[in-house]
Each structure stands twice: as structure tokens, then as C-alpha cells.
Design a binder for this molecule. Structure first.
Ligand code: FAD
Ligand code: 2HG
Ligand code: ZN
Length: 486
């Protein structure tokens, strides 16, 4: 809360009392209640070590009924709540701002059912993404989303942030792959919509409202999601290029020539690879001989290895022949595939080791995607704020080219108001000026909520507030976040 001097605790919320704890003890076993200050620490601080709350109580329900009782009690007594999944969110949404009660979903981690014909998986919201993917792998299926945080993030957190990830260009967003949700509303009502149907046009599609709601409308307790068949053949290539124009040319061709087997098209820049090398990200070894300005990771997924190899080779030969690519490798086995992915997935970790990282997660038309990085760097250089001993040490660009989604990371010595003022609201104005979105996938949380107007009109924000007031009239769900408070 120190980082947000304009934020004051809303004193209409009740402060936690012994009586409240006694009630929670009557519905949860002792091991599902955390009050010890050392144990509370991990729930109060986010992955970036940027946002810190002072919650005195973490509750870990094991059933939807327990979540319902907790929320009903909190709503009746005006106790504020923050739902927490794997706590890998990057906008401070999953940790308390003041003394909100943390409802951790980690004890709700059971697969409820799997349909081997349709691929519909129904599970608790606290299942870890990677665990679900392993479960599906044994059955010949795959989770339709994948991200670097897979070892910790929960499917409920993914749904609540509408996480995009590394294969969105192939499998689409959670707004399409989620078939149904079970949600507990703030007053304790259980909204049971764990449908496994692909088609269902009966009434408003209420589940969509909770996808990307970041815990502000209720707690997601169950998820029904459509898993695709696991591809039999996977190829991964890493390419080194000189210019972002070449990255774009390669992307355009990939859609023509790899078309239905293309499953990822990711890029990063020279600053990113330098940090990955410097901070020795586990399992990530750059196989290319020299440093390049840009790197592209291409993945194909199909059902016939010979067919995919032939397509990929023809595509790569074309890129080499036309000098779109300076250097490249194709992974020869699973270990090499994992190594190439480890470079890409290790970039957020490498950036976080570079100091205090300001993260911007913006989408825009692909032709201007890298200009955001260049313009930001030029601005910091011009302000004499960039370089050794200066405020900022690195400006890094990477992301999901296939989705027009740039991750702009700006590494500073530390988080200061002076540093913040040099990048915000400049970057949001830049994004709005280029018809982009100020949050392509990480969401708003406490870090972007007051900039929402750069991406949404006043009438849309007004309607969002009305939905919030309707479902959460006491405002207990994840307060101080998501919607603008200024
Ligand atoms: P948390 O961080 O615990 O919570 C996130 C938000 O959801 C909070 O507002 C919280 O209140 C709410 N929430 C959590 N669970 C529930 C629930 N059951 N019901 C209601 N609300 C809930 N994001 C992407 O989109 N694409 C990426 O490629 C990507 N890569 C990442 C890589 C790394 C290394 C890291 C650290 C993060 C990455 N993220 C990415 C960001 C993050 O959004 C995702 O990791 C993930 O979706 C968050 O899930 P979580 O369980 O950790 O949620
Ligand atoms: C990714 O694509 C994630 O790696 C994280 O969305 C991006 O940390 C970031 O800025
Ligand atoms: Zn991302």
C-alpha cells in the first residue's frame, strides 16, 4: 500500500476479530487456517516482490460449500476478501492491499471428470496447470493453454486472469475453450454452470463475465475446459534475425506455409537474450553462435512428423534463401525442444533478476509492435535516465508475435516514483495512440486499474461498475483493484 499513497483503507470494511476467526475455525480444519506471521508472508507478497499486503488470515477451503460459507460470512460482516491461486499474477491482483482475508484455492485440487471422447475436463479451480497437463498427457490430450508459470499457477487463476500464454494462436483464448464454470458469488450463492457442452445458446453466457474478472465478482471453484488431442509430432526452431521487419516477414510467411501446423510464434530481442545468458536461467542454453538483434521461436504441432518436417524445412529454406534469417537451428529431440522453450519461458525470470522490473503487457497491430520498445528506450536515453549508474539499466522486448502481444519490460535499479513517472502514463498514451490495449493478458489488478480509460470508453467502464455493484453490492471481493478508484 505504500506504493499507492492515494489508496486508503476503506473503513467501511470490518477489521478481523477473534469472533470471526472462531467462526472460520468452526467450518475449516486447523491446517486450513493460517495466522502465523511467518507463514502469512508468502500470501502477502507477489511474484515480482513489488506488491505487499498485511493480511492476518489465510483460509484454504477444501470444498465449494466451504467457499460458500466463507463468502456468505464475509459478506454479512463486511470483511474484505482476496482470492488467491498460485500467486504468479503480474499486476498485484492476487495479494491483499491492506488487511483483506486471503482465500487460497490450493486445497481444491481434484480432477472431477474427464470425457475421453469430447476432451471435456472438469476440475477444481485450485488444480495446478502443469499437473492438469500431465493428467491429460496420460490420456492423449493437452491443456489448451501453456505458460511459463505452469508449475505454480492454478487453472482458476488462469481463468480469472483470462491468461493467454504461448499457444493462444493455435488453441484460442479461454473465452472459447472454457465450457463452463462453477462460481461462488459474494453472498454465498453457488452458480453451478459446469457444462461440458460445446454448444449451448440458452440465455446470457454468464461464465464469460467471470473469465478475466480477477476475483472481483466471486470465487471460481470449478472449471470445465475443452482439451484438444495431444499432437503426435512437434517441431521447434530457433531463428536469429537482424530486424523486426524480418520477424514480421517470417510471421507472415509462416501463416501461409505452415498454416494449420503452426502452434507458436514467439520473439525476443537482444536485451532479453543477454539477460537470460547473464542470469543463467536453468536449462536455457543459446545454441546460436553469435548474438542477434531478434530471435524467433517457431513451434509446429501436427499428426504426421514427415509431413510437418517437410513443411518446416521448405519454410526455413525459403527464409534462408531470401535472407530473412541470419542463423537458425531445429531441435532434434525432446531435450533440445525443452531447451529452446526454456530460453523463451526463462525471460521473465531473467528480467526479474535484473533489478526492479516495470512490466507492460500491451497488444497492438504487429507492424508497430517493436516501435514501443524503441520509443521507450529513446525516451529514457533522452531523459538521461538510461545506462550504467542511471535510473534504468535495460529495456527488453519479447512476446507473442502471433497475437500482436508485446511484453515490454523496463529494468530499474529500484521502484521509485521518479522512475515510474518517466514511463507512466507515457506508455499507456503511446498504446492508446496506436490503437492498442494496455493489458493484453496480465490484467489490471492494482497496477493498471486507474489507466483503464486508455482502453475502454466511459460508458463501458460505467457498465462494468454496474455489474460489480449488482453482484458484489458490499464491494468485498478484491477491493482497490480492477476498476478505477480515482
Ligand atoms: P494469482 O496470481 O493467484 O491470481 C491472479 C488473479 O486472479 C488475482 O486477481 C486473484 O484474485 C484472481 N484469482 C485467482 N484464483 C481465483 C479464483 N479461483 N477465483 C477468483 N479469482 C481468482 N500470463 C499470461 O496471460 N500469459 C503468459 O504467458 C504468462 N506467463 C507468465 C510467466 C511467469 C513466469 C509468471 C510469473 C506469470 C505469467 N503470467 C502469464 C501471469 C499470470 O496471470 C498467470 O501466471 C496466471 O494466469 C495467474 O494464475 P495464478 O493461479 O497464479 O493466479
Ligand atoms: C510471458 O509471455 C509472460 O512470458 C510474462 O506473459 C511476461 O513477465 C512478463 O512481462
Ligand atoms: Zn505473455
Amino acid at each position: 500500500a505504500d506504493k499507492y499513497p492515494y489508496l486508503k483503507r476503506d473503513n467501511t470494511f470490518k477489521k478481523l476479530s477473534e469472533e470471526d476467526v472462531t467462526y472460520f475455525k468452526s467450518i475449516l480444519v486447523p491446517s486450513s487456517i493460517t495466522q502465523d506471521s511467518e507463514d502469512l508472508e508468502t500470501f502477502n507478497v507477489d511474484w515480482l516482490n513489488k506488491y505487499r499486503g498485511q493480511s492476518k488470515l489465510v483460509l484454504k477451503p477444501s470444498s465449494t460449500e466451504q467457499v460458500s460459507k466463507i463468502l456468505k460470512y464475509c459478506n454479512d460482516h463486511k470483511l474484505a476478501v482476496v482470492p488467491q491461486g498460485g500467486n504468479t499474477g503480474l499486476v498485484g491482483g492476487g495479494v491483499p492491499v491492506f488487511d483483506e482475508i486471503v482465500v487460497s484455492m490450493s486445497n481444491m485440487n481434484t480432477v472431477r471428470s474427464f470425457d475421453n471422447v469430447s476432451g471435456a475436463l472438469v476440475c477444481d479451480a485450485g488444480c495446478i496447470l502443469e499437473v492438469l497437463d500431465k493428467y491429460l498427457e496420460e490420456r492423449g490430450y493437452l491443456m489448451p493453454l501453456d505458460l511459463g508459470a505452469k508449475g505454480s499457477c492454478h487453472i482458476g487463476g488462469n481463468v480469472s486472469t483470462n491468461a493467454g500464454g504461448l499457444r493462444l494462436l493455435r488453441y484460442g483464448s479461454l473465452h472459447g475453450t472454457v465450457l463452463g464454470l462453477e462460481v461462488v458469488l459474494p453472498d454465498g450463492t453457488i452458480l453451478d454452470n459446469l457444462s461440458t457442452l460445446r454448444k449451448d445458446n440458452t440465455g446470457y453466457d454468464l461464465k464469460q463475465l467471470f473469465i478475466g474478472a480477477e476475483g472481483t465478482l466471486g470465487v471460481v471453484t470449478g472449471v470445465s475446459i475443452l482439451a484438444p488431442k495431444r499432437p503426435k509430432a512437434i517441431n521447434v526452431a530457433l531463428l536469429g534475425m537482424d530486424t523486426f521487419d524480418q520477424v514480421q516477414a517470417a510471421f507472415k510467411r509462416s501463416k501461409d506455409e505452415l498454416s494449420e501446423i503452426l502452434s507458436a510464434f514467439e520473439f525476443w530481442d537482444r536485451a532479453a537474450i543477454k539477460l537470460v545468458k547473464e542470469h543463467l536461467v536453468a536449462g536455457a542454453n543459446d545454441p546460436l553462435e553469435s548474438l542477434h538483434n531478434f530471435y524467433v521461436l517457431i513451434e509446429t504441432s501436427g499428426s504426421n512428423k514427415d509431413h510437418d518436417d517437410e513443411k518446416l524445412n521448405t519454410y526455413l529454406e525459403g527464409l534462408m534463401g531470401d535472407e530473412i534469417v541470419q542463423d537458425g537451428v531445429v531441435a532434434q529431440d525432446t531435450t533440445q525442444i525443452l531447451n529452446l522453450w526454456a530460453i523463451r519461458e526463462g525471460i521473465p525470470e531473467a528480467c526479474s533478476k535484473a533489478g526492479a522490473v516495470y512490466k507492460y503487457d500491451i497488444s497492438m497491430p504487429v507492424p508497430v509492435l517493436y516501435q514501443a520498445v524503441e520509443d521507450m528506450k529513446a525516451r529514457l536515453v533522452q531523459s538521461d535516465a538510461y545506462g550504467d549508474g542511471k535510473l534504468f539499466t535495460s529495456v527488453i522486448g519479447y512476446g507473442h508475435v502471433g497475437d500482436g502481444n508485446l511484453h515490454l519490460n523496463v529494468a530499474a535499479e529500484k521502484f521509485t516514483n521518479e522512475a515510474t513517472a518517466l514511463i507512466e502514463p507515457y506508455i499507456f498514451e503511446w498504446t492508446a495512440g496506436h490503437s492498442g490495449s494496455i493489458s493484453a493478458e496480465h490484467g489490471l489488478g492494482v497496477s493498471k486499474n486507474n489507466f483503464l480509460h486508455y482502453s475502454k470508453s466511459a460508458s463501458m467502464i460505467e457498465l462494468m461498475k454496474r455489474f460489480k455493484e449488482m453482484l458484489d453490492p458490499n464491494g468485498i471481493m478484491n477491493p482497490y483493484k480492477y476498476l478505477p478508484d480515482k
